[in-house]
Ligand binder design. Structure first.
Ligand code: 15L
Length: 271
């Protein structure tokens, strides 16, 4: 049985994944706070991403790491610097020293949020972050590339769209990923024999609404089971046409392209 360390394990994306990842993995959950309801195949280890000694203990003996731990929307520079930049550096350093072979890095669509919605992008485009948060995800991808090429710590970087049971608005019809499709992508990240450094988009089958060409994920074996178009009629009939600052509906990143604090109107602004 493979042991997988999951950072950010008390967060919302982890909650979905803990239900969806195959039982064949022993999950070592890692966060500052203990997640609720540990399952039979789950153990918990407390670690702050800023605490290198605790991280070194957390990564000992694992086969792969799913690195979800981060501040997950726009915030102050200090918050992003600590949680997402220093935290991700510490995680890769701990992985390198422990000889962990594979990391699945939860990148974000906000690494490329300043691409126009009218443009279809693939995994080879240069980054266009829409926020300090997006910059931190570009940093994570760059770090993953460095650690793969220099130290042999292999990475699958997943530019996650929006993880939810169903697409929650017009923008999310283009970038939605269901929990089971995300779990499938992460399992590819754990199991695929030929990954050194790869970028894929974390999206379900979202044609005809999609902005991303996810052929790299398909090449690695990804076959999404869920389609955002199944929800399009319901979403579009409830959503008024987008109004307000036109940048928020011209660019893929939505409200992240203008906000200084929050970024995701479905979440409270960070303090
Ligand atoms: C993200 O990267 C955030 O973590 C998530 O909260 C959503 O806001 C998502 O992007 C999105 O763009 O919808």
């Amino acid at each position: 049985m493979k042991t997988i360390l999951m950072t950010g394990a008390a967060g919302g994306v982890a909650r979905f994944l803990r239900d969806e990842l195959p039982d064949k993995y022993a999950l070592r959950l890692c966060d500052r706070d203990t997640p609720a309801d540990l399952g039979e195949n789950e153990t918990f280890i407390a670690a702050d991403l800023l605490d290198m000694a605790a991280l070194r203990d957390a990564v000992q003996g694992v086969d792969a790491i799913i690195h979800l731990g981060a501040f997950s929307v726009e915030s102050t520079w200090e918050t992003i610097l600590d949680a997402n930049i220093v935290g991700t550096y510490n995680l890769y350093e701990a992985a390198r020293h422990a000889g962990v072979r594979r990391v699945i890095f939860a990148s974000s669509n906000h690494a490329v949020g300043f691409y126009a919605r009218a443009t279809t992008i693939d995994h080879t485009v240069y980054p266009k972050p829409d926020s300090r948060y997006g910059v931190s995800k570009v940093f994570g991808e760059a770090l993953a590339s460095l650690y793969a090429n220099k130290y042999g710590v292999e990475s699958l970087c997943v530019r996650i769209g929006n993880v939810a049971e169903q697409p929650i608005d017009r923008r999310r019809l283009a970038i939605w990923i269901s929990p089971r499709d995300l779990a499938q992508l992460l399992a590819i990240g754990i199991e695929h024999p030929d990954i050194r450094f790869e970028i894929v988009y974390g999206a379900s089958e979202n044609a005809p609404h999609a902005w991303w060409d996810n052929s790299n994920a398909v090449r690695l074996g990804y076959r999404p089971e869920d389609r955002s178009d199944d929800y399009a009629q319901a979403v579009l009939s409830q959503q008024p046409p987008e109004v307000g600052d036109e940048r928020t509906f011209k660019f893929q990143g939505g409200t992240f392209v203008t906000t200084e604090t929050g970024g995701d109107p479905t979440k409270p602004d960070p303090q």
